[in-house]
Structure formats: structure tokens, C-alpha cells
Design a protein around this ligand. Sequence first.
Ligand code: SAH
Ligand code: SF4
Ligand code: F3S
Length: 460
Amino acid sequence: MKNKYLYINTMGCQMNVYDSSQIQNHLAPLGYKPTKELSQADLIIVNTCTIRAKAEQKAFSFLGRLAPLKKANPQLIVAMGGCVAQQEGKRVLSRMPYVDLVFGTQAIARLPKLIRRIANERCRLVDTELSLELKPEDIIAGPFPKSDTSAFITIMRGCDNYCTYCVVPYVRGRESSRRPEDIVTEIRQLTDKAVREVTLLGQNVNSYGQKEGLCTFDQLLERINDIDALERIRFTTCHPKDLSRPLMESFNRLGKLCQHIHLPVQSGSDAILKRMNRHYTRQQYLDKIVQLRQTCPDIAISSDIIAGFPGETEADFLETVSLIKEVGFDGLFAFIYSDRPNAPSVRFDGKISEQVKKQRLQTVLKIQEQVSRQKNEALVGTMQQILIDGPSRSDGVKDNSNMAIPGGTGLQWCGRTKSNKIVHFKTQIDLDSGNQILTGSLMDIMIEKALPHSLWGRQA
Ligand code: SAH
Ligand code: SF4
Ligand code: F3S
């Protein structure tokens, strides 16, 4: 079989990262090998995201840049997958004349068939079928082909929560969970390779298995915690309304579970939370934070905020600001509200101007920067166990804030604490032997300096 090359551009969330590795798995038997060179590709797949308007524009603009490649090589197959593909379906074919295939979020297992047909018949195809009730055994899986230290595992698909701003239920379908035994088998296969850390993915992992009567999420975690070669377990995302006591207790009970929870609050105003259909109040959210910290004092908590939801008054926004200050999140992702097709909030009145939305975003980011800095500074002088991801990008690597980390010459490495903070550190081990020895191992690091978005330390 002749070698063919597959270039995948993955946009959006970790679900898409997982799906892209599944796409790679499904196309390997057809002879497709991954490439990082666009010009070498025989097949280009763009795995898209539509969570905000900007994400959708990014997908179309990347596809737009492929036109000359297709002109130069008419045999090239160009495919759009993921959430924009699911949302737009066949409209993509008329908008983008050189796109050969549009495939939705549940079509990955059918990709080999679709690609073969296109290669043989040079036809243009659309497969955006969305089954409303995926059975646990129908959720595709399979081990990753690569040998990273850390891997994502989708444990459930879809979402039933219908937050009024969100497009996910429409492009990913109804919530359905995979069987626990399939998940455990997949993780065992990964740890047989080099994986030491898994991040379990779902839009609301706390309702894992409930609909299907499988097991609860904390019971699933317990089974995964028993996998010998695994060192660390993470998960994302948790909906505050479903955060249960047994899950909170898991952070203490299960040695491999990292003490970090991402608990998106979206807004600090009860009126806005109601319009968002979030099913909790500000006070209920704050109570869960108190319970979490009582159960597990060292837990790191991060969150998401939407700035400028329709109808958000200055007073509503100030409630969000005060909530952020009160909680003191370890990390915060803040987004400007974006109208999405299908999402009910598109029809809400009280839309906020772009200028005000941007101002509110900046205010939130500024406050969080101070909080993050204080949190990082509190770690200086402590010993942290980190899981090593690999060498830092280059000597004199920069923190996201563009601030050089100290250290002069020598090798810099990068890893994460249990609470998911990035730590740069130096070691004497040289890159060639060290790359194999250090990557994937645990090391105790003394934290010496706080940077705005990461930490600097030395091997203890
Ligand atoms: N299932 C996850 C969130 C997935 S989307 C959860 O509920 O926690 C990731 C984040 O994108 C959301 O938490 C929200 O803050 C943001 N988001 C979703 N839709 C958005 C929109 N229309 N405009 C702006 N931000 C949005
Ligand atoms: Fe979207 Fe809400 Fe589902 Fe998260 S819980 S994916 S924000 S609908
Ligand atoms: Fe993820 Fe974006 Fe789809 S956030 S689920 S890739 S819309």
C-alpha cells in the first residue's frame, strides 16, 4: 500500500483533540500517516469548533487558505469535521467549492468508507447524521497511536443541559456515557505505552452513567485509580448543579486524583444565571466552594465566566466581579458573550454592545491576574510533586506573560503540579538521555519564584 499523508488541524476543546486522535486511528488502515506539512498532505481534515462566532470564522478562514493547494493538486482531499461541520452541513459545500467532505461529530467511525468513496469516485459527500440516543457500546474508542505522557479520554458524549447560550447540545447530541469497562480497558492500553496521566472528558462528568444506569462518576474514578501504571487522574468539566458529596470526597480518598476541579460559574448574578438556565444560584455555588475546601483544603479551583450575556446590567456584572474576588479562583477563563445559531439566547433582548462586553472582559481578566499572582506567590518555598511533560520549548523559555524565566544556560524542563500549575525547572541531565528518563516521571521540585502564569523551581 502506498504511503499517504494526513494533515489534521484541530480547533476547539479537548473533545476535538480526542476525536482527532480517533480520526487518525480510523484512517491508519487506509495507509494514512500523520504529517505536519500541509504541502505534503494527500488528505487535509479541519476538526472545527463553533462555541463562539470567532471559532467558526477561524475554521472557514483556514479552509479558505487551502484553495491554492487544491488547485495545484486536484487529487488532494479536503474535509471539514467537528462542530461547525455538524452545524452547517451541506451549506459548507456551496460556500467552499473545493471541500470534498463534510462530516459531523458522530461520523468518525464511518470516515474510512467516506474517504474511500471520494478517492474512487471523486464525489463530494456530507455525513452529519446525529443519533439522538447513542448506546454506551457505540461510542467510538481505541488506543492513541502516539506515546505521550498524558492523554485525553472521552468518557461521555453530548450534553442535556441546554444552557441558553450554548451550541453544544445541538452539535454534539444528547448526553450518553461509555461503559466503565471500555474506559478502563482503553486506559490500560495507554499505560502499556507511555501514558501516566489521563484527563477524563465530558461536558458534565458528574452525571456520568446516570441515564444508562452504569455506575456513578466517583465509582468510575475508583476503578481507574486501581490501574497500577497510572500516576495521575484529572477530569473536566463539572456542572456546579450536579457536584456531589461523594465526588468531593474522592479528592481525599483517591491517591491518584489530582486536587483540581474546573467548575464553571458563568455569572455571579442570580438573574443572569436564571436566564442562562444554569439551575443554581450564586449562594448555592458559593456553598459548594466552601464544602469543597472543607473536604479538601488544598484543592485548586478554576472556572469560566461569560462577560456581557444579554440583559447583563452593570449591577449584574458587579455581582460577577465580587464572586470572583470572594472565591479567589486558581485560574479563570473569561469569554465575551457570542450569539450562536440554535442557542435560545440569540433571541433574547438586552444585547450588550461589543465595547461594553470588551470592557467587562478586561476588568475580569485584570482582577484574576492579581489573584493568580497571589496564589502563585503563596507557593514559593513549598515542595511540589510534578509530573514531567518534557523539555521547555527552548532555553530561556518565556512564561505566557512574556516574562523570561530565570536561569541562564542549561536545560529547562516543564511539568505540572497536582493542582495543574505549570512549573519550569532546570536539571543537569542532558537532553538526549534525559528526554527518555525525565518525561513521564514524577519529581519533587522546590518552588523558588512565581511568574504570572507559571512557577519556577529546582530539583529538590
Ligand atoms: N460543558 C462545559 C462548558 C463547555 S463550553 C460546562 O458547562 O462547564 C466552554 C465554555 O465556553 C463555557 O463554560 C462558557 O463559559 C463558554 N461559552 C459557551 N458558549 C458561549 C457563548 N455563546 N459565548 C461565549 N462563551 C460561551
Ligand atoms: Fe454547554 Fe451548558 Fe452543556 Fe456546558 S453544560 S456543554 S455550557 S449546554
Ligand atoms: Fe468543543 Fe467547540 Fe465543539 S468547545 S464541543 S469543539 S463547539
